[in-house]
Design a protein around this ligand. Structure first.
Ligand SMILES: Cc1cc2nc3c(=O)[nH]c(=O)nc-3n(C[C@H](O)[C@H](O)[C@H](O)COP(=O)(O)O)c2cc1C
Length: 208
């Protein structure tokens, strides 16, 4: 079995989301002998900017028009990223909250890899998935929690983030999603919360 591990925190050994996902994978490797883990770290992957050139490459790629050498390089990277999703039997994803959303590099990966006929289909009327992945595991992590009040807006929680991520995973063809949340990762409770999160992730791996 091959699992795509999408890393979205740049904090390496200081990262709570990486520690939690690593705990999940450590346990899952005991369960699935020969598990192959493809780690796609959005911070070290040298993702091309998704600007005019990438958009030009995308349209030329779809229409079959000739590309410039740098458009071709961008398009090849897009195809390579999408192929890593296509090769995966399962996906795991650690997501830190950044400014009440997720790190922008994850959106860059989505904008690059999520192309028609690569991760999804569209026949002019209806969207469909291009992948067939039975399960994904997502760990959401944030420094604070609902306990921090807001003067002018209602507390946003994680719901809008989880809704988008879960929509996107289902949209590209993931059937079922197991998710967990760890809060208070940057205050006095951080060590205990992360430790508890790692245990919960290991337990979820046994059931995954
Ligand atoms: C740029 C940035 C923005 C952040 N924004 C929030 C936020 O909106 N709400 C929150 O609770 N924590 C926020 N945090 C704290 C992180 O969610 C917290 O440190 C988390 O552990 C980061 O995940 P990681 O440890 O895997 O890197 C932010 C951290 C950074 C670096």
């Amino acid at each position: 079995m091959r699992i795509l591990n999408i890393v979205t925190s740049p904090r390496r050994e200081r990262s709570a989301s990486i520690a939690i996902i690593d705990s999940f994978l450590f346990e899952y490797q005991k369960k699935i002998k020969g598990l192959a883990v493809d780690t796609l770290d959005v911070w070290t992957e040298s993702l091309p900017e998704f600007g005019a050139e990438a958009i030009g490459a995308k349209y030329k790629g779809v229409s079959g028009e000739a590309m410039t050498p740098s458009e071709r390089a961008t398009w090849e990277k897009i195809r390579e990223l999408a192929s890593r999703f296509k090769k995966a039997d399962r996906i795991v994803l650690g997501i830190p909250m950044w400014n009440f959303s997720f790190p922008y590099k994850l959106k860059q990966l989505i904008d690059l890899a999520c192309q028609r006929n690569m991760l999804f289909t569209f026949d002019g009327k209806e969207y469909g998935p291009a992948l067939n992945i039975d399960k994904a595991f997502v760990a959401y992590v944030r420094g604070q929690s609902e306990e921090a009040g807001f003067q002018t807006v209602p507390p946003p929680g994680f719901e809008h983030v989880t809704k988008y991520i879960e929509f996107w995973l289902h949209f590209i063809g993931v059937s079922s999603i197991t998710a967990m949340t760890v809060e208070h990762t940057w205050d006095g409770r951080a060590l205990d919360m992360i430790d508890e999160g790692k245990k919960q992730a290991a337990e979820l791996a046994r059931q995954f």
